[in-house]
Design a protein around this ligand. Sequence first.
Ligand SMILES: C[S@@+](CC[C@H](N)C(=O)[O-])C[C@H]1O[C@@H](n2cnc3c(N)ncnc32)[C@H](O)[C@@H]1O
Length: 266
Amino acid sequence: MIDYQEFKKLAGQLVGINLNEYKSQQMDRRIHSLMQSWELDNYDLFLETLKTNTAKYKEFVKKLTINVSEFFRNPERFMELWHRVLPELLAEHATLKIWSAGCSNGAEPYSVALIVNELGVSDRIEIFGTDIDEVILNKARKGVYEFNDLKNTPPELVDKYFTLTDNQYHLNSNIKNKVNFLSHNLLKDPFLNSFHLIICRNVVIYFTEEAKRNLYLKFYDSLIPGGYLLVGGTEPLLAYRKLGFVSVSASFYQKPKSISDESDLN
Ligand SMILES: C[S@@+](CC[C@H](N)C(=O)[O-])C[C@H]1O[C@@H](n2cnc3c(N)ncnc32)[C@H](O)[C@@H]1O
């Protein structure tokens, strides 16, 4: 019989995440609530179920990685992106590479794609959306949403880019085609680089302090000098200076453009 620690290790290997890199209380609660609802009374059976039952395996991954998202979540950040950050980056670079890390159902990278289209610069921008959860990525690729997902979206953009059928909002294909969705585990997989903007919001809430620090260091390396990192409203980078970033405005951090900018910080 395996114990809980062993279960966590083996189940983590199965999913490809080190469950010890997540804060343990929340994680333990979620794992055990699932175990209870499936009426399993030992960890061997739990592990066997995950290995043999695809639907339950997917439910397990989903449970570990709450997927809540919406278009223009915290609209004021997207307005800053639209009216200040993107115009500034576009003035300095011919093309931009943008990454929504932990993109869930696609609402976040698609919000960026809508802004980019409104700015008339779609052909200068490449957008990636990545997530660990394959099920939610497939949902993202479909681009079909409920009204609630769009409640913060400027109404003129809803009218212009969505078609309402059977109470569901279908995103236009040219916007859908603008985002490349890829499966990617932020705690394990290698990172792409040369990004001008990385958006990672509401993903690290369950990561340990050490996992967060490693993640932000890797984001730093993946940004070009002068590139921006946008984080969630409730997860400011307290140690941004130590990580090498400059705090630009609420939730926006910038990698210094040159070494001399960096030494100004010390
Ligand atoms: C609450 S959603 C946030 C979605 C979007 N960023 C937003 O703020 O609206 C968190 C997403 O992070 C993903 N996630 C959790 N752990 C991850 C990991 N280790 N690697 C990649 N994605 C992860 C989850 O699958 C989930 O879709």
